[in-house]
Design a protein around this ligand. Structure first.
Ligand code: PMP
Length: 345
């Protein structure tokens, strides 16, 4: 007998980026400059007795710490097992199966995945040629939730403030702004989370260097946050992750700022080196660059054989094939550039 599966769900594959274990891994835009010191101290000082009991439900200490870091009230903060989880919970909290979400394309690949898993329909709307979001196109879908990632993964480009404001002012439903890379960008749109129809998600996985601890959060109106909390459930963030994230948000902000600035300096140097190879990058405000390059998947494959992992994309709308390269310490970038030089057709 075949298992009693859900028809619209059965054929969804696992999310499987080419995650070859390479000596140099620039494929996931994480912080390659080390572990925030206060978070590391918590990790070292954690005792056996601290792992035998449940954490306090709904992670109140983490909500407090995020509230202080973002200048919000704890009632305006929800948290989760990475911002992946916060996004997934948001979809479950606000949309019935069969309802529609819209997002610019290309964007964070997990959006179509989360839509499918939650039985939702989804409408990708191409980024404009200048890489700003197409507000009219997004609104024309009539979607109940519109997702915008800025700086955008995988392009690194940003949505303009004017476009975001018009979207928030006129969207019929919820606007979910993903600021996973906010700490690297010139501007933040966190203030839009004070509107009644906006949630802004962020993560400790990128600038704060805690990807393995899986901590993300969203800020927004208390009424919206309360709905997401129900979908999240009480114990989504582990006790250790909560304590490490609280330490990082409270004591390691200067550490994070310095590492983020370092990543931006590396990025500027990388853009120059790529130009020397005849490659131009999209205008980026994240800790990675997108390089349009015909045959990018084959180039990435050759780079992997030289122990360097970068992310390749094929046939992106309006862009074509491209590599996405994260920024780490310069000796790492040097190894990546050497591998790229050898791999170029
Ligand atoms: N949003 C964007 C745009 C991302 O790039 C990522 C990580 N790849 C996430 C959300 C999820 O990050 P996490 O679950 O680690 O917080």
């Amino acid at each position: 007998m075949s298992p009693p599966t859900r028809a619209s769900y059965r054929d969804i594959p696992l999310y499987a980026p080419s995650k070859a274990r390479c000596r140099v891994d620039l494929s996931d835009n994480t912080n390659l400059f080390g572990l925030p010191p206060a978070a590391e101290r918590v990790l070292r000082e954690t005792t056996a007795t601290q792992v035998g009991r449940y954490p306090v439900g709904y992670s109140p200490d983490l909500r407090q710490a995020v509230a202080r870091y973002t200048g919000m009230d704890p009632a305006q903060v929800t948290t989760g097992c990475g911002s992946d989880d916060v996004i997934d919970c948001t979809l479950r909290a606000f949309l019935e199966p069969g309802e529609l979400i819209a997002y610019p394309s290309p964007t964070f690949v997990m959006m179509s995945y989360f839509a499918k898993v939650n039985g939702l329909r989804y409408a990708p709307v191409r980024l404009r040629p200048d890489f700003d979001i197409d507000v009219d196109g997004l609104l024309a879908t009539g979607a109940k939730l519109i997702y915008v990632c800025s700086p955008n993964n995988p392009t690194g480009t940003v949505a303009s403030r004017a476009a975001l404001e018009r979207l928030v002012d006129t969207a019929p439903g919820l606007v979910l702004i993903d600021e996973a890379y906010a700490e690297f960008a010139r501007d933040s749109h966190l203030d839009l989370a004070r509107r009644p129809n906006v949630l802004v998600t962020r993560t400790l996985s990128k600038a704060f260097g805690l990807a393995a601890m899986r901590v993300g959060y969203a800020v927004g109106a208390p009424g919206l946050v309360a709905e997401v909390e129900k979908a999240r459930g009480p114990y989504k963030v582990t006790g250790l992750s909560e304590r490490m994230a609280v330490a990082a948000l409270t004591e390691d902000v200067p550490w994070m700022r310095a590492r983020a600035d370092e990543a931006l300096a590396v990025r500027a140097r990388l853009v120059e080196e790529l130009a020397r190879l005849g490659l131009s990058c999209l205008p980026t405000e994240a800790n990675f660059v997108m390089v349009p390059l015909r045959g990018a998947p084959a180039v990435a494959e050759t780079m992997r054989a030289r122990d360097v992992n970068v992310r390749a994309f094929a046939g992106l709308p309006g862009i074509g094939d491209a590599l996405r390269i994260g920024c780490g310490p310069w000796n790492v970038m040097q190894a990546a550039l050497d591998a790229l030089r050898e791999a170029l057709p």
